[in-house]
Design a protein around this ligand. Structure first.
Ligand code: 5RP
Length: 253
């Protein structure tokens, strides 16, 4: 499979790790070219390993256009990207309407619903997606699926208030049909992962019967007391760009 070994090659003969990076870059560049226009002054920057290519392409639009813009981050990583890129930082409480937000995704289904939160940033990501007049997803081809949960098996990321996590887990296991839901732990089990907002993250895998209808399961999870936000973004994206191994880009909208 694509994850199998470091020596694996893409259909273009490029080492797979490089090919995946190239796919991410292609998707990001094309999304910026099509959606980040000179008249856009407030721009949301998402999180993950695809987003640095978004920032790279925006910087390449030139100092002249960028000096009249403000950039809103979804978390610590994107804040660093904005600052390191010499771009002007803003926050969503100053700019509750954003011209365009570009973000990565863990998986995107046939109707542009997506799973996000692999990097534990989905609360801020959802606020920026909702604030955006245009919300665009960028990813490599592994994220382009018919149904959510096809490749991204770790489940739906759910941000919870720390003292409520055990109760939310119990509800997910017994009432909502996710018996394998677990609290996300930091590497080497150094304790729970803590989000930029000081909360814990639960990863809850759901079967096809729920992922066929992501809005319904998203709303049910969100009703659990202690849940802050669910990493299911239903019908929020205007378009999704997927870089392919052959150097092409699939655009869905
Ligand atoms: C973080 C996210 C990321 O956008 C998502 O995990 C995709 O990341 P990558 O571009 O590294 O595949 O939702 O919370």
């Amino acid at each position: 499979t694509e994850h199998s070994s470091e020596s694996a090659k893409s259909s273009m003969g490029i080492p797979l790790a490089d090919a995946i990076e190239q796919s991410k870059r292609l998707a990001a560049y094309q999304a910026v070219d099509n959606h980040v226009l000179p008249e856009h002054k407030v721009i949301g920057i998402g999180s993950g390993s695809t987003v640095p290519y978004v920032v790279e392409r925006i910087i390449a639009q030139g100092k002249e256009v960028n000096k009249g813009r403000v950039f809103i981050p979804t978390g610590f990583q994107s804040k660093q990207l904005i600052v390191d890129g010499g771009l002007t930082l803003g926050d969503v409480d100053q700019y509750p309407t954003i011209d365009v937000t570009i973000d990565g995704a863990d998986e995107v289904d046939h109707a542009l619903n997506c799973v996000k939160g692999g990097g534990a940033c989905h609360l801020r990501e959802k606020v920026l997606a909702e604030a955006a007049i245009t919300f665009v997803l960028v990813a490599d081809h592994r994220k382009n699926v018919q149904y959510l949960g096809t490749n991204f098996a770790q489940g739906v990321p759910i941000e919870v208030v720390p003292f409520a996590y055990a109760k939310v887990l119990q509800n997910l296991h017994h009432a909502l049909g996710s018996p394998k839901a677990t609290l996300r732990m930091a590497v080497k089990k150094a304790g729970p992962v803590v989000s930029d907002n000081g909360n814990f993250i639960i990863d809850a895998p759901f079967g096809r019967e729920h992922m066929n209808d992501p809005y319904t399961i998203m709303a049910r999870i969100k009703m659990l007391t202690g849940v802050v936000e669910v990493g299911l973004f239903c019908k929020m994206a205007r378009a999704a760009y997927f870089g392919n191994a052959d150097g092409s880009v699939t655009i869905r909208w």
